[in-house]
Design a binder for this molecule. Structure first.
Ligand SMILES: NC(=O)c1ccc[n+]([C@@H]2O[C@H](COP(=O)([O-])OP(=O)(O)OC[C@H]3O[C@@H](n4cnc5c(N)ncnc54)[C@H](OP(=O)(O)O)[C@@H]3O)[C@@H](O)[C@H]2O)c1
Length: 234
């Protein structure tokens, strides 16, 4: 019988496709036990992948914007201990839509999905993360105030900047906590969100992003890093 006692566990939220799905594949390759979530109706690809993993990949469903679903998932996983909790889920609005023309409804959708909901997930699940574990969230280089010199994608940028700020407040509230807190910027990557003209392939981003996360294991406090481990200015 295989001894799995040293096997680490990651919970990946928003992993049905794109960067999240690639993170699942990469963690499995590295020998981790993975609990990955899609939204109800978008877990099929994860379930197909799970079939060949002898139980290393468990698939769950949650929409991070629905608090009842977040609470129910927590209930199902409350006996588990996580080495890494990572919230990848995110959305964007139309690239050309500025703050001048976005509807209130669309603004709320982007902000609630990208800023409020990842933090709610982290607040709800942080009790499952080991004392020396990692809590991470997919930010973006677009969330940097310093680097915003061209203004493009302004609502999406604002949602990731708000996420960064909320993580800083979380870090301040937990300043005596030994766990590592990460805001990750994957680069501009060819996915449904990044589009076909993006600079990087998934293969150029995600293995490096995971290696960066591993390199920061045990380094407590909050770090805003890109996929190559470079510090992103706030
Ligand atoms: N691609 C890039 O260039 C880039 C650059 C910087 C940062 N990012 C960030 O990286 C993350 C992943 O991006 P991606 O390019 O892989 O995007 P994607 O291909 O559009 O995938 C987005 C993922 O988020 C999930 N999601 C969206 N809303 C959700 C919700 N309410 N609850 C649960 N899951 C939800 C989607 O699930 P469904 O399949 O159910 O819709 C999907 O798994 C996002 O946070 C994005 O902002 C991407």
């Amino acid at each position: 019988m295989q001894d799995n006692s040293a096997q680490k566990t990651v919970l990946l939220i928003g992993a049905s496709r794109g960067l999240g799905f690639a993170m699942v594949e990469e963690y499995l390759k590295r020998g981790w036990r993975v609990i990955a979530t899609g939204r109800e109706g978008s877990t099929e690809k994860l379930r197909q992948l799970s079939a060949g993993t002898q139980g290393a990949l468990e698939v769950e469903a949650v929409d991070i914007t629905i608090p009842d679903q977040v609470a129910a998932l927590h209930g199902r996983l409350m006996d588990r201990r996580l080495d890494v909790l990572f919230v990848n889920a995110g959305v964007k609005n139309d690239d050309l839509e500025t703050i001048a023309d976005i509807s209130t409804e669309e603004f709320v959708r982007v902000m609630v999905t990208n800023s409020l909901s990842p933090m709610r997930l982290i607040e709800a699940f942080q009790d499952l993360v080991q004392p020396a574990g990692t809590i991470g969230v997919m930010s973006s280089g677009q969330g940097s105030l310093t680097n915003n010199t061209n203004g493009n994608y302004e609502v999406y940028r604002a949602s990731k900047a708000a996420l960064n700020m909320l993580m800083r407040s979380f870090a301040a509230r937990h300043r005596d906590d030994a766990r590592t807190l990460l805001l990750m910027a994957p680069g501009w990557v060819r996915t449904d969100m990044g589009g076909p003209d993006a600079r990087l392939s998934i293969a150029e981003s995600i293995p490096n992003l995971l290696s960066t996360m591993e390199a920061y294991e045990g380094r407590s406090g909050l770090h805003y890093l890109d996929y190559l481990g470079r510090v992103v200015p706030w």
